[in-house]
Write a protein that binds this ligand. Structure first.
Ligand code: UDP
Length: 327
């Protein structure tokens, strides 16, 4: 297929580009490079620096490259930032997706794969979380994505040819095993990169956000999925798109690790004593989140290859050692 990867210069998008190429697809990348990195996109891949707001430019790319499917990774992803600047999040994430969908409608492109998030569930009513759990997001980031899911459902109802899938990510981590591409966020707020930056002396210490949660060791439990497993699910979901439908799938490994467990895994992988301090809880962090990802396993035959956090941290460590200051 001819696939347009929006946000293909970002962390997850760049890993998806590699997998699409390896699977024999033709790939085109658009990215506004606000937080993406031009170096993350292979030189042979057609690239255009376009903002999602620019509907005519998107429509032009879709038509010129005869795109069959859009994989949409281009979004702002920080919960705290979304609370402080909700209009920016709704404009970029929700408005940007509408712009892309309008461009697709103009160009007759009918397939859409959305990066969604476990944040659409909000405070979980049951653990593990299944796709039938109620979607009650508790911050603008989660709501900005939930709105896109609803728009996709409406579009699929209105256009029997339109096919979409929303992939609800849990905690994406790790990097390409060859260390060529990886995570380079500024600011970096995620746990595994923060621990590894502390291991490298690039930050003073890791601060654990609360150890008084109702979990066995008091720290929050999350479901860490390797970025390559996540991207493999995108390819499987793209192949299985069904006209007139929006499907939603959770992407996690179905197992939770506490912050302390991840920290210990990082000490084991790096062989270093990593400076650590205890801090207060971070607002909006549920105690325990992990996925039930049986639906995608059952329906699409997807399975995570990384089922333990240690090898996931190993791939991230390889990237951070080779690129301590990012790209
Ligand atoms: N966390 C932490 N210290 C940090 C970054 C994260 O203790 O410097 C904790 C955070 O409170 C959460 C878990 O690690 O329980 C994963 O956080 P992250 O920001 O990586 O992902 P999120 O779960 O927010 O999507």
């Amino acid at each position: 297929m001819n696939v347009l990867v929006a946000g293909g210069a970002g962390y997850i998008g760049s890993h998806a580009v590699r997998q699409l190429l390896a699977a024999g697809h033709r790939v085109v990348v658009v990215d506004n490079l606000f937080r993406g990195h031009r170096e993350a996109v292979p030189a042979e891949v057609p690239f255009q620096q376009i903002d999602l707001a620019d509907t005519p430019a998107l429509a032009d790319v879709l038509a010129r490259h005869a795109i069959d499917c859009v994989m949409h990774f281009a979004a702002l992803t920080y919960v705290g930032e979304s609370v402080e600047q909700p209009l920016w999040y709704y404009t970029n994430n929700t408005g940007g997706s509408i712009s892309m969908l309008r461009a697709m409608a103009q160009s007759g492109v009918k397939r859409f794969v959305l990066s969604s998030t476990a944040a659409v569930y909000g405070e979980p009513v049951e653990i593990p979380i299944t796709e039938s759990c109620p979607c009650q997001p508790i911050n603008p980031y989660g709501r900005s994505k939930q709105m896109v899911e609803r728009i996709l459902a409406d579009q699929a109802a209105a256009d029997p040819q339109f096919a979409a899938v929303a992939l609800r990510y849990f905690n994406v981590a790790g990097a390409a095993p060859d260390g060529a591409i990886g995570e380079d966020h500024k600011p970096e707020t995620h746990l595994i990169p923060a621990i590894l930056q502390a291991a490298l002396g690039r930050r003073e210490r890791l601060t654990i956000f609360g150890d008084d949660y109702p979990t066995p060791d008091g720290t929050c439990i999350r479901d860490y999925i390797h970025v390559d497993d996540l991207c493999a699910a995108h390819l499987a979901a793209m192949e299985a798109l069904r006209p007139g439908e929006l499907q939603a799938y959770n992407l996690g490994i179905g197992r939770g690790y506490s912050v302390r467990e991840v920290f210990r895994a990082a000490e084991q992988v790096t062989g270093r004593a990593i400076p650590v301090a205890m801090g207060p809880r971070r607002a909006g962090d549920p105690a325990v989140l992990f996925a039930d990802s049986q639906k995608i396993q059952r329906e699409l035959g997807w399975k995570p290859r990384y089922t333990d956090v240690v090898p996931i941290v190993e791939t991230a460590w390889k990237w951070f050692q080779a690129h301590p200051d990012g790209y």
